[in-house]
Design a protein around this ligand. Structure first.
Ligand code: C2O
Ligand code: CU
Length: 452
């Protein structure tokens, strides 16, 4: 890996802007086992890079902060009940999906599990967040457009004891601005590639801010982009991975670079000595077809600041896996084929097993069954494969086991590759699975299954 910035950035070269971090929503319930928040989706003007931009955004109606992109951080101790009283003040129907959380099917926030929340309507979400991990929330209706307009936020489920000092949530995304504001309309070829903006955002503001950090920190990184993949690297040292979608991994590992596709999350531990500074970079990323690989983007510069409180105890080097993985029993095999096609009218189209959403026939899976899926990506694009409601283990990519075992709800399937995964379907209901390249999902690369 190349050294793009020395270990000690000269202070005068530091950007003056601070990295934006989402503010937590106010918990309206005094019971420590219940977190109750009041969330409104509305048309709002948000400040982006110092100028007002029209957005669709979430607002914490239980606090006095204005609507923001990303939306308020939902902070919940793992094991607690999360109640979200949601009100739709948008001019369009929506839902709220809590991506990654293992929850009862009727709380999954899709049009398979609830009526659409129409303009002016409300919906009460309430479910236990069982596993300490980093999740996010977003609409599950007209998803690419609504996410693009600004509807996304992070969920931080903390372990016991919750240690929030030096625990940060960094929401990555991108946007495309012109003089009139955010560009919202795209031609079909752009949607076929998956829309990307020319401005990479960290916490809803242009990349490149400064983050004053403690000696040792946990960074929870969420990729909330519609289609952009990030290849993360630290400028002068490797990344230390301490968590994936399902939370802490049994053994942290070191990586020079890490690809984080749309919908995916990763937890890093970052340690800086006195006077130390380091850049978090997004390297040029090839995700297939005609998509430009782009240039290196400096996401942020972290600067050790003795005034920033560090965690009272160092993060444990080895953390227990609390989430349930697939059972070790016999498994049913299934092949899931992701493909690109063309609609009769010539428009781009994507399919699962040859059929575009919403015309699919759901997989019927007996309650409690363990299955192994070969997810075959025949498209010309890398995809992030996302399964609602369950964590899965990636067994292999093109027959080769991954270097590390982890539990995921979203995992990259490179173009032309086959990912074998294993999951146990132990919660009944109607669960979706799809690519998280959201334009491809909306163009048909989405399906669902019934567990009963
Ligand atoms: Cu992040 Cu079906 O969703
Ligand atoms: Cu999801």
């Amino acid at each position: 890996m190349t050294l793009l910035l020395g270990a000690c950035a000269a202070p005068e070269t530091l950007p003056s802007r601070h990295v934006a971090e989402p503010a937590p929503a106010v918990d309206l319930d005094p019971d420590p086992a219940v977190v109750a928040v009041s969330l409104v989706a509305e048309v709002a003007e948000v400040e982006l890079d110092g100028r007002p931009v029209d957005a669709w955004a979430y607002r914490d109606a239980g606090g006095d902060a204005p609507a923001s992109v990303p939306g308020p951080l939902l902070d919940v101790p793992a094991g607690a009940l999360l109640r979200v009283s949601f009100e739709n003040q948008l001019p369009e129907s929506t839902t709220v999906h809590f991506h990654g959380v293992r929850l009862p099917n009727e709380m999954d926030g899709t049009d398979h599990t609830q009526p659409l929340v129409r303009p002016g309507d409300t919906f009460e979400y309430a479910f236990v967040v069982p596993d300490p991990a980093t999740y996010w929330y977003h609409p599950h209706f007209s998803t690419p457009d609504q996410v693009w307009k600004g509807l996304y936020g992070a969920v931080r489920a903390t372990g016991a004891p919750p240690e929030l000092a030096a625990d940060r949530v960094l929401v990555l995304s991108d946007t495309l601005l012109d003089d009139a504001g955010r560009v919202d309309v795209f031609d079909l070829e752009t949607l076929r590639l998956g829309r990307e903006g020319d401005t990479v955002l960290v916490g809803g503001q242009p990349a490149g801010g400064v983050l004053r950090v403690a000696a040792s920190e946990r960074w929870r990184i969420v990729n909330a982009s519609v289609a952009r993949f990030f290849t993360l690297a630290l400028a002068d040292r490797p990344l230390e991975v301490i968590g994936t979608d399902a939370g802490p991994v049994p053994e942290p590992w070191i990586a020079d670079t890490l690809r984080v596709g749309p919908g995916d999350r990763v937890e890093l531990q970052v340690a800086l000595g006195p006077g130390d500074a380091v850049d978090l970079l997004a390297l040029p990323t090839d995700r297939g077809d005609e998509v430009p690989v782009g240039d290196t983007v400096r996401l942020l510069t972290a600067v050790r600041d003795p005034g920033v409180p560090t965690a009272s105890a160092p993060l444990p080097r080895t953390l227990p896996v609390t989430a349930t993985g697939p059972s070790g029993g016999p498994a049913t095999s299934r092949t899931v084929t992701l493909a690109e096609g063309v609609a009769p009218n010539g428009a781009p189209l994507f399919t699962v097993d040859g059929v575009p959403w919403p015309f699919e026939t759901p997989y019927e899976i007996p309650l409690g069954a363990t299955e192994e899926w070969d997810v075959v990506n025949t498209t010309a694009f890398d995809q992030t494969f996302h399964l609602h409601g369950f964590f899965f283990e990636v067994l292999s990519i093109d027959g080769a086991p991954p270097a590390r075992r982890s539990l995921e709800d979203t995992a990259e399937v490179p173009r032309g590759a086959t990912m074998r995964l294993r999951a146990t379907f132990d919660v009944p209901g109607s669960w979706m699975f799809h690519t998280h390249v959201l334009d491809h999902a909306e163009l048909g690369l989405m399906s669902h299954l019934h567990v009963e």
